[in-house]
Design a protein around this ligand. Structure first.
Ligand code: GDG
Length: 470
């Protein structure tokens, strides 16, 4: 197989498998921002993408889709359960999100994580050209940088961590804490969402491995010498173009008006859009909203909360339980407060096409992003991008990466239900002029720092690292 100068390694391939009514298989580009950000890069250089096809036991040969060479990794059903649902989503995910849910530590999950990481690393090492670049993505593949380095010392390696990195006091729980640090340190550049994440990582390296560190630079001893690793923040963003196009479409605007109509034309539509995940603070938001209705600070005739909770990780216990709790809470509040014409909460456990999401953003007067912990949170940025008329208000948790950048949002500590209630009311009652002043500044930030700016700055750092090595 021909090699590629630039190889992306991510848990998922950038395409989804679609089987037509005649049984014929096609691949459709996934709608995610990562694909949008990397697609131009993949086309400029000679690129390949290593990832899982999303289905257990799917054995596929490398193939090409939309001009990108794809190298599928096969995972058995057991590996999906142990490496992906287990270690990635039930050990690392809760631990790195400040143990909002208790992480499960199982030795066989770890073993599977090592095995699968090695498979990804071997595929990347085989695919990359001499002196090429490998860019590894996210917490499912933290061991891959070191594994690729061991196989291919000629290659420049980047890693980007999409979720938070926890403070040392929590990180230290991980039974395989040193192995994971060493795995990541195989990279030349390690990117995090926030400066705080990077500094927690550097502190963990200093405390556990006793390596010398200085600000964002880590000196990793190799034989008698040292190798420099950069660990710093590269806040990710959205591909703004499709959002700016969709908000101009008459049918999307008409749909936004139709949504408002179908909710009984309330004065205020509040919106939450999240994967159904315990990190997103959906329950806290619903509780605060219910108390505002109870206390008469909001009236069911005047306000509706639309909560989209898109199905996620439905085979992990904590998610099954969370869904029950949310649905109980929504049912109670609606049961207590709905009238024949108005519903307190319109809850949708569904995934929608992007057009519908944009229509919802356009219809929403107040956007609630109240995550208890979130690497970045792209929903906040998407809402801001769609507010071309500078109207609307964003309530944003200080525990999201986005809070570092979106300073003009109504900031909130979602653990503090009283603060959450006050923040919701501040947003609901915000005068037009203030909405406009804040939104203008928020939009400037999001439109200037889009996903292309993010990938360029990361790749520049990698190029600098490569130059320093030679
Ligand atoms: C991880 C980190 C970090 C959601 N429901 C639907 C739908 N979505 C889209 C949103 C948004 C994306 O999914 C979710 O991105 P977030 O950033 O909000 O959150 P995570 O999925 O947890 O992502 C996060 C991110 O990685 C990137 O680094 O920001 O912190 O946790 O784009 O719009 N899209 C459609 N239908 C849905 O029902 N079409």
């Amino acid at each position: 197989m021909a090699t590629a100068d630039f190889v992306v390694v991510a848990n998922r391939l950038p395409v989804d498998r679609v089987v037509g009514p005649d049984g014929a298989e096609t691949w459709r580009t996934s709608p995610g921002g990562l694909v949008a950000a990397l697609e131009p890069v993949m086309h400029q250089v000679d690129g390949a993408w290593v990832g899982w096809g999303g289905q257990a036991d799917l054995a596929l040969e490398p193939f090409e889709a939309n001009g990108i060479r794809l190298i599928p990794i096969r995972l058995s059903a057991r590996e999906v359960a142990e490496y992906y649902e287990g270690f990635a989503n039930d050990t690392i995910w809760p631990l790195y999100h400040d143990v909002i849910a208790p992480p499960q530590y199982h030795r066989e999950w770890w073993d599977s994580y090592v095995t699968v990481n090695r498979r990804f690393a071997e595929a990347a090492a085989e695919a990359v050209a001499q002196n090429g670049t490998v860019w590894v993505h996210d917490y499912q593949l933290q061991l891959v940088p070191q594994m690729v380095r061991a196989l291919r010392p000629d290659v420049t390696i980047g890693y980007f961590h999409h979720i938070p990195f926890p403070m040392h006091g929590l990180y230290a729980q991980l039974p395989w804490r040193d192995q994971v640090l060493r795995g990541l340190l195989g990279a030349d550049v390690i990117g995090f969402q926030r400066a705080q994440d990077a500094s927690y990582f550097v502190a963990a390296v200093r405390r556990r491995l006793k390596y010398d560190t200085k600000a964002t630079t880590i000196s990793v001893p190799v034989d008698e010498q040292t190798r420099t690793v950069i660990a710093k923040a590269f806040p990710i963003s959205i591909d703004t173009a499709p959002y700016l196009e969709l908000i101009e479409k008459p049918e999307v605007q008409a749909r936004a008006a139709e949504i408002r109509e179908s909710l009984g034309n309330p004065k205020t539509i509040l919106l939450g859009v999240d994967r159904l995940d315990y990190t997103k603070g959906i329950l806290h938001r619903i509780k605060a909203y219910g108390e505002l209705l109870d206390a008469g600070r909001l009236k069911v005739e005047d306000a509706t909360l639309v909560q989209v909770a898109s199905p996620s990780r439905e085979r992990v216990d904590a998610y099954v339980q969370l869904r029950d709790e949310i649905e109980l809470a929504v049912g109670r509040i609606n049961g207590d407060t709905d009238t024949m014409d108005h519903s307190a909460i319109r809850y949708l456990h569904q995934a929608f096409p992007r057009e519908e999401m944009v229509a919802l953003y356009l219809a929403a007067d107040v956007m609630l992003v109240t995550a208890l912990r979130d690497g970045m949170n792209l929903v906040a940025k998407e809402y801001v991008a769609t507010r071309a008329d500078n109207r609307g208000a964003l309530v944003l948790s200080e525990f999201t990466g986005a809070a570092d950048e979106l300073r003009q949002a109504v900031r909130v500590n979602p653990h503090d239900i009283e603060d959450l209630k006050d923040a919701i009311m501040t947003a609901v009652e915000m005068p037009r002029a203030e909405q406009s002043k804040r939104m203008r500044s928020l939009r400037r930030r999001v439109l200037e720092h889009d996903v292309n700016a993010w990938s360029s700055s990361f790749l520049e750092a990698l190029a600098t690292a490569r130059a320093a090595r030679t």
